[in-house]
Design a protein around this ligand. Sequence first.
Ligand code: AMP
Ligand code: GLY
Length: 420
Amino acid sequence: MGSGGREHALSWQLAQSPSCAKLYAAPGNPGIELHAECVSISVDDIDGLIAFVKANAIDFVVVGPEAPLVAGLGDRLRDMGVAAFGPGAAAARLEGSKGFTKDLCARASIPTAAYVRCMDAGEARAALTDFSIPVVIKADGLAAGKGVIIAETREEAETAIDEMFDGAFGSAGAEVVIEEYMTGEEASFFALSDGTNVLAFGSAQDHKRVGDGDVGPNTGGMGAYSPAPVLTPELEAQVMDRIIRPTVATLAAEGTPYIGVLFAGLMLTAEGPKLIEYNARFGDPECQVLMMRHAGDLAALLYAAATGALDDAAPPAFASDYALTVVMAANGYPATPEKGGAIHGIADAETGGVRVFHAGTARSGDAIVAAGGRVLNVTATGRTVTEAQARAYAAVDRLDFASGFCRRDIGWREVAREAR
Ligand code: AMP
Ligand code: GLY
């Protein structure tokens, strides 16, 4: 379920899974059409999806984005006896409410930034005095990745607080979380959970700012690579022991087991890895690089997670090569992306093992045109990040997408380390 580059990558892997006989995508996109039968049910039409699942005797639903999970799609499916990869509404609060996650971290002694939850501006302004500058101000709810302000002065922090309570992020800002500012390198870590058992599912590093050198406004993510070598096996073991396992155990003990993929945004601080935030789904574009490296029956593995059988499942198999994806966005993104721009050369770009995942495209007659902010994910592999990066940009240069742009430095941290 879904229509972005993440769902294209998932569909591509699910369609190759020996255990998958027939794959539908709702609503899908022109890239997903190559692997699945697309049905036009939007991700907010939960009743429509439930009716389709019944009518077609669907066995298993893999949910891409967070909004339907937070709205309870996982519960609805499980209540009718259909396996679903994705948490129920209660456990999806890990993404749906930052305050919920911070309180859970406090209960389970999970390393994360010091914080306070505030219900009104007066309370928040008063609480602010306990924090040093910079300080992080967050809208509690889902705000499409935009509800986080790193305030460099007290005035900026107070303005952010007032704007959030004044509705700048709608109901997401009805509650505000103030957090200590952490420093370090960021990495994304993924783990599958069946409610009780957990399996590590790889690491990645995203690039959130729109411009080269990590400047400009935040985006959904302009490119990623996997694995992220900064997350060494030792650090990964710490993340599993101190962050992932206590989270899954706490949710299970409280009667709201977590089923699906836990996406931990981590800050690798001088005191060790700390949780920045959780997402209740795969990252986009992190999923694209994980899927590029995944080498097993994905449908069987996700089904095991959905049915409480991860303890018997073969651990995920990943190619040792790096994968790197470059997001091609429509001019104007992230503010007002230009729609309808023509795209040519996808087949040319996809030579030599490169894959172009569709993120925001539409069909216009026989042509493919831009239909979203992030439009394509040009994804390549290599023995090093440097090699994967060179192959991805060579493929970008074979594409003809005049109204699109991309960052030219995806993977720069690792490329710099590899050059040493
Ligand atoms: P989030 O939406 O919670 O992932 O936050 C978006 C970005 O804000 C993160 O990727 C970090 O770069 C930054 N951020 C969030 N919380 C903190 C924090 N407590 N300290 C430092 N940076 C943060
Ligand atoms: N790429 C970041 C996210 O999916 O939240």
